[in-house]
Design a protein around this ligand. Structure first.
Ligand SMILES: NC(=O)c1ccc[n+]([C@@H]2O[C@H](COP(=O)([O-])OP(=O)(O)OC[C@H]3O[C@@H](n4cnc5c(N)ncnc54)[C@H](OP(=O)(O)O)[C@@H]3O)[C@@H](O)[C@H]2O)c1
Length: 281
């Protein structure tokens, strides 16, 4: 989004996630002076200022008048109080809205902002180190250039995929949104097991983290199905087979399936709790 997409991008909320996106955009060659950030927190603005050249302020209304694309990067609970006062300005300016707030549906966002071209995005925590998985859903009023613009912004923090149905966002939340925590938990378990087997803490940690990184890179770079990669490193009667048979005895596949289903169910409930238009009278 450099010369062919000279859009002005605004961020409402300049915290951790916004800073990763802005940093990624600047690194990708986007003009920093065409990025506007509004946040009431001077600490957040100072941290954003260290990226260099970004337009900073604390007036959300002013930012709407200055940009073509508005990324909503405040906490979900703050979104209603941010959007409702901006509704008439948004109706006048018609920017593309991109919400990265977890769990807020497009109907909740529209109930505050009014009908606008809207992209709902579910990023995950590794976006903070440029290795995120962001999944996007666009309402019918978003045209091809709006989709391309949203994709370019989110790609600055990692990989991007689209879903066609908003209902799939609950599964997305359960797999990639909450997913980093599942892998962190597996790391915790393996680090503790390494200690039990006589390794010191630093060695166990180094072995587990590099093994996790290496396994993920191998799966991505080879394009081979992870099940096939597992079979390739499992010799009959060997050490890996001994460990995997304990996982099978504990029904690891069933356990993961129930855990992901619980997260997806919780996502459905949370979306209703956060959506004023979903509540009865
Ligand atoms: N971090 C992640 O890994 C992650 C993953 C998936 C989705 N998300 C979503 O990304 C969004 C941002 O998360 P984050 O981790 O970046 O949160 P964050 O670091 O707390 O950033 C939010 C920022 O918004 C500011 N803010 C509050 N009220 C505002 C207002 N009225 N106008 C303008 N700015 C305002 C906050 O200032 P104060 O601190 O002064 O309140 C804060 O600096 C959330 O909706 C979250 O659900 C984050």
């Amino acid at each position: 989004m450099t010369s062919e997409h000279p859009r002005k991008i605004g961020f409402i909320g300049g915290g951790n996630m916004a800073r990763s996106l802005v940093g990624g955009l600047i690194q990708a060659g986007h003009d920093a002076s065409a990025i506007h950030v509004s946040d009431p927190s001077s600490a957040a603005l100072e941290a954003m200022g260290r990226l260099g050249g970004v337009q900073l302020g604390d007036d959300n209304d002013a930012i709407v008048t200055q940009v073509d694309v508005l990324v909503l990067a405040v906490k979900p609970q703050a979104m209603g109080s941010v959007l409702a006062p901006l509704a008439s300005r948004l109706a006048e300016r018609q920017p593309l809205l991109i919400s990265i707030a977890a769990g807020l549906t497009t109907s909740a966002l529209e109930s505050w902002a009014g009908p606008l071209p809207l992209v709902r995005c579910m990023p995950n925590t590794p976006a903070l180190v440029g290795a995120g998985m962001s999944v996007l859903y666009a309402t019918d009023t978003v045209d091809a250039s709006g989709r391309e613009c949203a994709e370019t912004i989110m790609r600055s923090a990692g990989e991007v995929r689209w879903v066609k149905q908003e209902a799939q966002m609950d599964a997305v939340t359960a797999v990639s949104g909450s997913g980093p925590a599942y892998f962190f938990h597996m790391m915790e378990a393996m680090m503790a097991a390494g200690l039990e087997q006589g390794l010191d803490a630093a060695t166990s940690r180094a072995l587990v983290l590099q093994t996790a990184l290496g396994a993920a890179r191998m799966a991505i770079e080879s394009g081979t199905d992870p099940g096939e990669l597992r079979r390739q490193v499992t010799s009959p009667g060997g050490t890996t087979a001994a460990a995997l048979s304990v996982f099978a005895d504990g029904d690891l596949m069933g356990l993961v399936s129930r855990a992901v289903a619980a997260a997806a169910d919780r996502s459905v409930t949370l979306a209703v709790e956060l959506d004023p238009s979903a509540k009865g009278p």
